[in-house]
Write a protein that binds this ligand. Structure first.
Ligand SMILES: [Zn+2]
Length: 310
């Protein structure tokens, strides 16, 4: 079989764990790596890699994809490969500490962030990290997009968080997302890109698409010069009901935190939201997410009062 004859020690520059051949004790790893489930997931990862490349979400060798296939085992993409060119044989198997246990190519260094998410969020089965241009534009300005503009975004992503910058590939970078990932399936990575987790590889890639298209649409709308219109909080609550049924996380499920404005996960630098251009279009200022909530509430109240006065 291919995976038996292709020694993992043949890869130049591989890490220490990956430089071992399969031994008798590693037979379970080999079985897992070549299992029908693993082969199906590897194909799904390759397909998602091509989607990401075609959407221009991954440049050069950028981006990485993983799937937790066992309690301590994760399939992930290799380093230094375009996500368009991936084949199932390129996919690596690592343990939750990042040691490579199967696969002929060395794993991505950014798998450390994926592993931190798996260790922190039991529901996370897949993680996708990429650099989609419109969402990354928000990430380099330290801004998160406002909510209650498009229903699909509220349901599949919702309130996105933004994590502080760290050098990619380091353990410090991996841990920057930890304060956010329990309540957010999508996080903007300052000056870098985004990371999404989901129950499947395909769904994790969907959230990247939903977030980037949302950011793109907002950028287009702001250029029209007219004020944005917002979905009412009441209708927004309806969307959250749907979201809860789908089992998706959202920080707004905890209404006590909304009332108290305690969006701790959106504090510096993520507390900065794009000013939606509600009044005069001079959107030079910045609103915190708590301020934005208050603003939307105030507008809704004023509209309701005007309707009641008629
Ligand atoms: Zn990256």
């Amino acid at each position: 079989m291919k995976n038996e004859t292709k020694s993992i020690e043949s890869v130049a520059g591989n890490n220490a764990a990956a430089s071992r051949e399969f031994s008798a004790g590693q037979a379970p790893n080999r079985q897992l790596y070549t299992s029908p489930e693993a082969e199906a997931i590897k194909k799904e990862i390759c397909g998602v890699g091509r989607k990401l490349w075609l959407r221009q979400f991954v440049d050069g060798n950028g981006g990485n994809i993983s799937y937790r296939i066992g309690p301590n085992e994760v399939l992930c993409t290799p380093t230094l490969m375009s996500k368009y060119d991936l084949t199932p044989e390129d996919i690596c198997l690592v343990d939750l500490e990042g040691n490579q246990i199967a696969g002929s190519r060395p794993r991505t260094s950014e798998v450390l962030m994926h592993l931190e998410i798996y260790k922190s969020v039991p529901e996370a089965k897949s993680v996708v990290h990429c650099h989609p241009p419109h969402a990354t534009a928000y990430a380099i300005t330290g801004r998160v997009p406002p909510n209650l503009v498009i229903p699909e975004y509220e349901i599949f992503v919702g309130k996105v968080a933004i994590s502080p910058y760290e050098t990619p590939g380091t353990q410090a970078f991996a841990e920057t997302v930890l304060p956010y990932v329990k309540e957010h399936n999508t996080v903007l990575l300052s000056n870098h890109g985004i990371v999404c987790w989901a129950d499947t590889v395909t769904h994790a890639e969907w959230y990247a698409e939903v977030l980037d298209t949302y950011c793109w649409t907002l950028m287009n709308a702001v250029q029209l010069g007219a004020p944005l219109s917002f979905i009412s909080e009441q209708k927004g609550a309806d969307l959250l009901v749907t979201k809860k049924k789908l089992g998706l996380p959202d920080v707004r499920f905890d209404t006590s935190r909304i009332k108290e404005g305690q969006f701790s996960d959106l504090e510096s630098p993520g507390s900065i939201a794009l000013k939606p251009g509600l009044s005069d279009g001079a959107a030079a200022g910045r609103l915190s997410s708590a301020d934005l909530e208050l603003l939307v509430k105030a507008v809704t109240t004023a509209v309701m009062a005007a309707i009641a006065a008629k």
